[in-house]
Design a protein around this ligand. Structure first.
Ligand SMILES: CC(C)(COP(=O)(O)OP(=O)(O)OC[C@H]1O[C@@H](n2cnc3c(N)ncnc32)[C@H](O)[C@@H]1OP(=O)(O)O)[C@@H](O)C(=O)NCCC(=O)NCCS
Length: 170
């Protein structure tokens, strides 16, 4: 066995709400976890992103936080973000399996992410959402995000920029 062991993912927090278990994991992430996220990510978005591609993307980010929702052990939701700049966190992507929606899963994943960001000293959380993604925009607004701008991306889609400023003690 080599001296260099793969880093063990650090589980920051676990929370149970009825049949749902929520976990937040600070990077680096294990291949098994990334594989499960890649499957759900593909089912939700269909972008053709492989687990290997996602792993490379996650490894290139600093201070990554992955929040997961499990129903009887099955992954039904995830939310992932990372440090974009010092004290600025970018909430990058998330989603909830169709059959698990409208149960507060996205709201709880976001709450976990925001608590962690606050505890870790981040000042602001930023996120970008397509203008036609009304459910995500609503969850963001309900969770304290404000709309701060918009742009048209290279696929000619209107994107909405949202920010949430966190109250810090320092
Ligand atoms: C957006 C998404 C993550 C919301 O997940 P969810 O777990 O169903 O959301 P929640 O149950 O936490 O919703 C919280 C509140 O947001 C609002 N909301 C959520 N989905 C809504 C919808 N389709 N229509 C209207 N309001 C909605 C409601 O007020 C809801 O509270 P309520 O159910 O008590 O009325 C989910 O629809 C999804 O995975 N979409 C596809 C992936 C995606 O677009 N991800 C975002 C881009 S990265």
């Amino acid at each position: 066995m080599s001296d260099e062991q793969p880093p063990v993912p650090q589980i920051a927090r676990t929370r149970r709400v009825g049949p749902l278990e929520y976990r937040s994991i600070e990077g680096p992430l294990s291949a098994a976890v990334i594989g499960r996220v890649a499957d759900l990510n593909e089912g939700l978005f269909g972008f053709g992103e492989t687990a290997t591609q996602l792993a490379g993307f996650f490894e290139s980010r600093r201070r990554l936080l992955l929040c997961l929702a499990l129903h009887n052990g099955d992954l039904v939701g995830f939310k992932v973000g990372f440090e974009a700049q010092p004290r600025t966190f970018e909430s990058w992507r998330g989603g909830v399996h169709e059959e698990a929606r409208r149960n507060g899963v996205a709201r709880e994943l976001m709450r976990m992410q925001h608590v962690w960001c606050q505890e870790e000293g981040f000042q602001v959380i930023k996120t970008t959402t397509s203008s036609d993604n009304v459910p995500m925009l609503i969850v963001n607004l309900q969770s304290g995000f404000e709309i701060v701008g918009s742009f048209v991306n290279r696929h000619k889609r209107l994107k909405i920029l949202q920010e949430k400023w966190l109250v810090t003690s320092s």
